[in-house]
Design a binder for this molecule. Structure first.
Ligand code: COA
Length: 220
């Protein structure tokens, strides 16, 4: 389900929700700071690969995924960079009754007519323009631009400073690399990778990795 910015604002007004960040790696630490910039309290991190009790950004790692099995409904921010893993974890958390609101850094500009899914995180200085749709669990990384009418598939990742022209579409779990560009109305299918700095002119079929200007399939 997608929510308007109005709904995101309502979530922001929940009085100081205490948030857990799932993932204590580099991406998780950036997400934690976005959550704090939204005015929320981060209680700690969840991470299967880091021993409980470890301090990360001065906050405790509380345990692995099983820590949340025994918790009542918690507010969780998705701090996993890998798209498929983030999707699997998000769906498990939702099935357990945990809440995955969108977290939007206050420096970002999101159109009031854009729609955002559960678990979307927008880093600093993101712009999302009129009637764009960003589905569940997508990462809008630092300073990316999502123009009017774009559709971003669930658990996609738009890397820092990439730019999507009007009406461009990005498939589920697709990674758009740092500084890449999709021209207006360009379409990239599910489970693709667009290399950093590449320019997609028209259409990329599902599952492909493309690089260059213009972007062409990577053959090894
Ligand atoms: C596209 C990408 C996934 C390919 O990675 P890879 O499979 O390890 O590929 P390699 O590094 O072995 O490179 C293979 C070939 O593609 C070329 N290539 C790789 N990435 C390229 C890019 N972004 N643009 C143009 N050419 C690229 C390499 O020069 C190499 O060419 P060669 O065979 O002629 O020497 C990776 O280079 C990339 O761009 N990832 C995006 C990372 C990113 O944006 N991270 C941000 C996280 S916040």
């Amino acid at each position: 389900m997608l929510f308007s910015l109005h709904t995101v604002h309502i979530l922001r007004r929940v009085p100081s929700p205490r948030v857990l960040v799932f993932g204590a790696g580099g991406h998780g630490r950036v997400v934690a700071e976005v959550v704090q910039a939204c005015g929320h309290t981060v209680d700690g991190f969840i991470d299967d690969g880091v021993p409980a009790g470890t301090q990360v950004l001065g906050l405790p790692v509380l345990g692995g995924a099983s820590f949340l099995d025994s918790q009542p409904s918690r507010v969780v921010a998705l701090g996993i960079g890998h798209n498929g893993t983030r999707q699997r974890i998000a769906r498990r958390l939702q099935a357990q009754g945990h809440q995955l609101p969108a977290f939007i850094h206050p420096s970002s500009v999101i159109s009031p007519t854009a729609l955002l899914g559960a678990g979307v995180v927008a880093m600093p200085r993101v712009v999302v323009n009129a009637e764009a749709r960003v589905h569940d669990g997508a990462i809008l990384n630092t300073a990316c631009v999502v123009e009017h009418d774009c559709v971003i598939g669930e658990f996609a990742h738009l890397s820092p400073q990439c730019g999507l022209g009007g009406g461009a579409q990005v498939g589920a779990r697709t990674h758009i690399g740092i500084g890449a560009t999709l021209l207006h109305l360009a379409r990239v299918g599910d489970d693709c990778v667009v290399g950093g700095g590449s320019v997609v002119l028209k259409h990329v079929a599902a599952g492909l990795t493309v690089v260059g200007v213009p972007a062409r399939p990577l053959t090894k």
